[in-house]
Design a protein around this ligand. Sequence first.
Ligand SMILES: [Zn+2]
Ligand SMILES: [Zn+2]
Length: 68
Amino acid sequence: MKCYICAEQGKDTDAVAICIVCGMGVCMDHAIREEIEKWEGGYPFPAKKLKLSIPRILCPPCYNAMKS
Ligand SMILES: [Zn+2]
Ligand SMILES: [Zn+2]
């Protein structure tokens, strides 16, 4: 899989991760990794309080959407 953001910019970069929200492939430069303490709302996975923080990978558009 190639990085979607890079592909839009005419570059051909292998994806290293996949956005958990939209499934977009992203390269190291475009993957946003964020630790969260618990899941809220149950999307995209079943809602469940977790004892440990788990990392999530987001693409820039989804990250911006989550933050706003
Ligand atoms: Zn990229
Ligand atoms: Zn995304």
